[in-house]
Design a protein around this ligand. Structure first.
Ligand code: HEM
Length: 512
């Protein structure tokens, strides 16, 4: 009797389990069907999604920028539907639609989709925060990036660029192969550290400093950090689950210590530097005056993002520009001539940023580098309300949108022979042939890069002093620029190798 009862209970449980399983499978089936058909129903071009990853099957195997570029040439449509796991998202390939999203209708697209983990101490930074906090922050931080302020950085930039040349000279004399990415990261870390936070360091000469320890950690992109970045950009919910953060913990701690020691010093001694650090401390003081509160964590988050967003992008552009110039002697000679003419016209005076920004061919070289290698190959936004993309498609609020900047940069319709490095495209006479809204290395609209001019002037000083002193040549056995490997774990478009070139000294004495 007991056995019969036991059997009946088991079979009831088994039936219940089967029932639950059937329900789960049915739910999965219908849910998956709905997900899978999302873009087909809306008649939007797409490639069928993977059951788990959606369109993200390339993650950790291919750089996101490279994937965007491939998606652009594979599916030649103004926009393309993708899935971030099961979440539908849209890639926009059309410059006009991109312009509307970034600028004209930016009220709807104030925010980026990405976010860091809720427990990330630097998660509330200018790059990730949402409106209205973002607008307030941005207005308060803008003054630290005015032209007048950048001009005041001349002596720092000049000194650091001289040190960069000295470092190359020393490494050359010691017959070391120069790891371009690292040397430029040393240089930019010094400049940002000093210009933004008043923390002087000697990484340009020595390859090391407290601030450089932080940026070295940030450059370390193992699979775990790769996963962290992928989650931040494409599946923010996972960042909470795994506790992913924008900086590795060690870097956050290290950076926090540096920040707090400078803040303490300034609160005791005062400061008239008007740099980013002063702007940040003023935000806190102003908030106190109006009865509000901005805690140290928010300030540190802003400082951290300036380092993060600034050093890697600028160092990457410098690396690619140097590498391309080594392979394009004609372009290099033109740029060299332009810099020499400037130097001669100045006599005994130092090269100054006011002169550097007016160098036409240098602008062409930098722009062409940014076109071929935009460090952020795609621009992330999310719609706050339902939005009409065109007469055929209205997307619901909350759908992530990616403007495919790198895809547009490589479209032969806008940039003929896009794989070729041709600075001449950006000469004043030719630039009018470039269709509006097709060149987006710094994004566009109210959320465009706040550090554009700062990054640009760093690049100009470094290139000017290096080219005055060295002829750049390819090192035998190194890949051509188009064959260089791009970091597969990275969201940003950056090289994975050392990118070495040969530096041949032009004059017996170094020229400054
Ligand atoms: C050549 C160097 C640089 C490039 C190519 C670059 C590129 C970009 C791009 C594409 C964006 C996104 C814009 C958008 O979504 O429309 C961005 C945002 C940003 N960049 Fe840069 N950047 C560079 C240098 C810098 C520097 C030097 C700093 C700081 C010192 C900086 C700080 C930021 C910040 C804070 C944001 C977020 C702005 C916001 O959301 O309000 N960047 N950058």
């Amino acid at each position: 009797m007991v056995e019969v009862l036991q059997c009946a209970v088991y079979s009831m449980f088994a039936n219940l389990l089967l029932g639950v399983l059937a329900c789960v499978l049915a739910w999965l089936f219908f849910r998956w069907r709905k997900v899978k058909l999302y873009w087909a129903i809306r008649d939007v071009a797409h490639q069928p999604p993977h059951f788990i990853w959606g369109s993200l099957t390339f993650l950790q195997q291919k750089n996101v920028g490279l994937w965007m570029k491939e998606m652009y040439s594979r599916l030649e449509y103004p926009y393309v539907g993708i899935w971030l796991f099961w979440r539908p998202a849209l890639i926009v390939n059309c410059p006009e639609i991109g312009k509307r999203i970034l600028s004209k209708d930016s009220e709807v697209f104030r925010d980026r989709f990405l976010r860091s983990g809720k427990t990330d101490p630097i998660g509330h930074n200018l790059f990730t925060v949402k409106d209205p906090f973002w607008s307030t922050l941005r207005n308060q931080l803008n003054p630290a990036f005015t032209q007048a302020h950048l001009r005041s950085l001349h002596s720092l930039l000049f000194r650091k660029s001289k040190q960069l040349v000295q470092r190359i000279n020393e490494d050359n004399t010691a017959k070391k192969i120069i790891n371009l990415r690292m040397v430029y990261a040393d240089f930019v870390t010094d400049v940002i550290g000093t210009a933004a936070f008043g923390v002087s360091s000697d990484a340009t000469l020595t390859g090391d400093s407290p601030m450089r320890t932080v940026t070295k950690d940030l450059m370390n992109l193992g699979p775990w950090r790769g996963m962290a970045w992928s989650s931040i950009f494409f599946f923010p919910e996972l960042t909470d689950f795994f506790g992913f953060t924008m900086f590795p913990k060690r870097s956050t701690d290290h950076f926090t210590k540096i920040f707090q020691s400078v803040a303490k010093k300034r609160s005791v001694e005062g400061s008239d530097k008007k740099d980013l650090m002063d702007a940040l401390l003023k935000i806190q003081q102003d908030a106190k005056k109006t009865g509000g509160e901005i805690n140290d964590e928010v300030l540190i988050a802003q400082a951290a993002i300036f380092l993060q967003a600034g050093f890697n992008t600028t160092a990457t552009v410098l690396t690619f520009a140097t590498y391309e110039l080594a392979y394009h002697l004609e372009a290099q000679e033109k740029l060299y001539k332009e810099i020499v003419e400037l130097k001669q016209s100045l006599g005994e005076k130092d090269i100054h940023c006011d002169d550097l920004v007016n160098l036409t061919y240098m602008t062409c070289v930098i722009n062409e580098t940014l076109r071929k290698y935009p460090p952020m190959g795609f621009l992330d936004r999310v719609a706050a309300t339902d939005y009409k993309i065109d007469k055929n498609l209205t997307i619901p609020a909350g759908i992530p949108i990616y403007i495919n900047a790198i895809g547009i940069h490589y479209d032969p319709k806008y940039f003929p022979e896009p794989e070729k490095f041709k600075p001449e495209r950006f000469l004043p006479g030719n630039v009018r042939n470039i269709q509006p809204n097709t060149f987006l290395p710094f994004g566009d609209g109210p959320r465009r890069c706040i550090g554009q001019n700062f990054g640009d002037i760093n690049i100009r000083y470094a290139l000017a002093l290096i080219l005055l002193n060295y002829l750049l040549r390819p090192l035998p056995g190194t890949p051509k620029p188009n064959d260089c490997e791009i970091e597969k774990n990275a969201i940003f478009f950056m090289p994975s190798g050392m990118m070495p070139v040969e530096f041949v000294q032009r004059n017996k004495e170094l020229v400054f």
